[in-house]
Design a protein around this ligand. Structure first.
Ligand SMILES: [Zn+2]
Length: 193
């Protein structure tokens, strides 16, 4: 009985890891992060950041393609190998596909939406216009909001999701945290002023 449960768990964990490969590994290459301040420092809102946000969105959706791997291995395992492992793989990757597709139909429900990229672009436009918050606008994305570094005004009430920078808490702790949060911000955004 326990061995069945254990095998199911192994299958589930393997499927979970495989579908997170794009988001956990691709954006964290060192040469891809040289233009950004290191994690967890505030990050300057420029075109690179907005591009990064859209890349994170792409990696989020790439998980659907990566789900094909545990789905096919799971099928082989169900047919020819260990049924509990295969079932574990199917349960997790099937759930991922279902929840993401229904999320898409119900409206984007993940941290790296196009809507957010547009809001950040508006912050940039405003900082460069005559309506900027102060004479030296410098919008930085802090943990819980986008704020101007010169006048400390809150420019956008949106807490910062994971942006693919290598984690300051080290490879292992960062990995565990990302696995648990799936890149969502840990802090809620600040109250509207
Ligand atoms: Zn300002």
């Amino acid at each position: 009985m326990w061995s069945v449960f254990f095998e199911f768990l192994i299958g589930a964990v393997i499927a979970y890891m495989i579908t997170r490969i794009p988001f956990l590994t691709f954006p964290r290459i060192k040469s891809w992060n040289e233009q950004f301040s290191p994690h967890p420092e505030p990050i300057y809102i420029d075109e690179y950041l907005i591009q990064r946000l859209l890349h994170m969105r792409l990696f989020y959706w790439l998980a659907l393609f990566f789900a094909i791997i545990p789905l096919s291995f799971g099928w082989f395992s169900l047919a020819y190998g260990s049924a509990p492992i295969g079932f574990g793989m199917w349960a997790v990757s099937g759930w991922l596909v279902l929840s993401r597709v229904t999320g898409l139909l119900a409206g984007d429900d993940h941290p790296w939406t196009k809507q957010l990229a547009m809001e950040l672009q508006l912050v940039r436009n405003k900082a460069e216009s005559d309506e900027s918050c102060c004479n030296l606008p410098y919008p930085m994305w802090e943990v819980s909001a986008v704020r101007c570094r010169s006048c400390f005004k809150n420019l956008l009430n949106h807490s910062r999701p994971d942006l693919g920078r290598p984690r300051s808490d080290g490879w292992i702790m960062g990995f565990i945290r990302l696995i648990l949060t799936d890149g969502r911000p840990i802090l809620a955004s600040e109250e509207e002023e």
